[in-house]
Design a binder for this molecule. Structure first.
Ligand code: ZN
Length: 409
């Protein structure tokens, strides 16, 4: 049996911490979440919803029942015990069905009727934000608060390095929030250390857990989906594939989750945010650097999309466009070579065709030279005598590639 204690709040200077002790026999883990003191009034302690969801994976894996020594949302309890647990067990044969022992509660605790979404300043989050700040968005669905959580996006397993990266990124995001006048709800935690699981497998749950801490604030919360609804699949290794189901299962009487942006492709999202002026300075998609490096795979595909949409110059403050223009021939070549194994590059290729973008001849040459499989295919079908000639031909083509890479376009 795993036991969850009643959540408690403590204040340390300008930080407020909510925690619960998760016990299993003589082992005790103190799971905590901390936020700025001004967010204290948004935290719910009457119910232990966030702590129950945090413990669920561990309990299913161990086959141990959970006893919650606090109230749990009746809706959440019903969803988990009636649909969600069985679905998780069917997805992952290592999980065993368990009992959850708790008292449930139906009383609404939400006070502020806030509407939130996470902000990373990437394409997905800007798309959600823009869509929910437009005039045509009904007032009750317009975003009032932005969030930034340390629940695994800066490092799957937590620790100091992840916390440092979270703090660095939070400063950047804070800059955007100050400029656009949205209050930022920050949250640090040791959830990653407690879960000890891959982020790809659990990111939807982790973010919902963080939001469930603030149920007095959020009546609606948009989770920016990275996949489209047509890609829905119950695959426990990829939480994004079934997030629309998870979000409905983890909604409570107070907080309703939505999978936002799942009806758009990446190109459609990029087209949409190109109308959102604050994104010009703050769009940040890089996988390696604090500022966009312009050459990693995410920077590259975002730049190609902006280029083919005809809006590249709007983003001169967030990318090194001079560097992009030098690399453009190669980037387009990479897109041509890899479009059949990467759905995002395929989308960009289709956009190029639709917008009648002229593909440079040297890009086509790059694509040809990148297709190592072609060489491998040929080499296993020919005799050693002809192989030598083919190798020589490829050597010459590589020289041509080298020449092309030193040419600026
Ligand atoms: Zn980058």
């Amino acid at each position: 049996m795993i036991s969850i204690s009643e959540p408690k709040i403590q204040v340390y200077g300008d930080v407020c911490i909510v925690y619960s002790d998760i016990s299993e026999r003589d082992k005790v883990f103190r799971l905590w979440f901390s936020t700025s003191i001004e967010n204290k009034e948004y935290i719910i302690t009457k119910r232990a919803d966030a702590f129950l969801v945090s413990t669920l994976f561990y309990a299913l894996k161990k086959g141990q029942d959970i006893k919650v020594n606090a109230l749990v949302s009746e809706k959440l309890y019903y969803n988990i015990t009636t649909y969600f647990m069985d679905t998780l067990c069917k997805m992952n044969s290592e999980y065993k069905r368990i009992n959850i022992i708790c008292k449930t509660d139906t009383k609404r605790e939400n006070v502020y009727n806030g509407v939130g979404t996470g902000i990373s300043c990437g394409v997905d989050s800007f798309c959600t934000l823009y869509q929910h700040t437009l005039e045509k968005c009904p007032p009750g669905y317009r975003i009032t608060h932005l969030t930034f959580f340390n629940v695994g996006a800066s490092g799957d397993y937590g620790g100091d390095a992840a916390r440092d990266l979270y703090t660095e990124r939070k400063d950047f995001v804070q800059g955007f929030c100050s400029r656009s006048a949205f209050p930022l709800i920050d949250l640090d935690s040791n959830l990653s250390e407690f879960l000890n699981m891959s982020f790809l497998q659990t990111h939807t749950f982790r973010n919902c857990i963080a939001v469930l801490i603030f149920q007095k604030l959020f009546s609606r919360y948009y989770y920016s989906s990275a996949t489209t609804i047509s890609e829905f699949k119950l695959d426990y290794k990829l939480a994004a594939k079934y997030d629309i189901f998870t979000l409905s299962m983890l909604s409570t009487e107070d907080t309703e989750f939505y999978s936002s942006g799942s009806t758009f492709t990446r190109v459609e999202k990029t087209r949409l945010i190109s109308e959102y002026v604050p994104s010009y300075k703050f769009l940040n998609v890089c996988v390696y650097e604090k500022d966009n490096c312009t050459i990693c795979y995410k920077c590259k595909r975002t730049l190609l999309t902006l280029d083919f949409l005809g809006v590249l110059d709007k983003y001169r403050e967030s990318f090194d466009l001079e560097l992009y223009r030098k690399k453009r021939v190669r980037f387009i070549g990479d897109m041509l070579a890899n479009k059949n194994k990467d759905k995002y590059l395929k989308e960009i290729y289709i956009l190029a065709r639709q917008n009648k973008i002229k593909i440079p001849l040297l890009s086509r040459l790059y694509a040809l030279l990148s297709m190592k499989w072609l060489y491998n295919e040929i080499s296993i079908r020919i005799s050693d005598k002809h192989k030598k000639k083919i190798v020589e031909l490829f050597k010459r083509l590589r020289i041509a590639k080298h020449l092309a890479s030193s040419t600026n376009y």
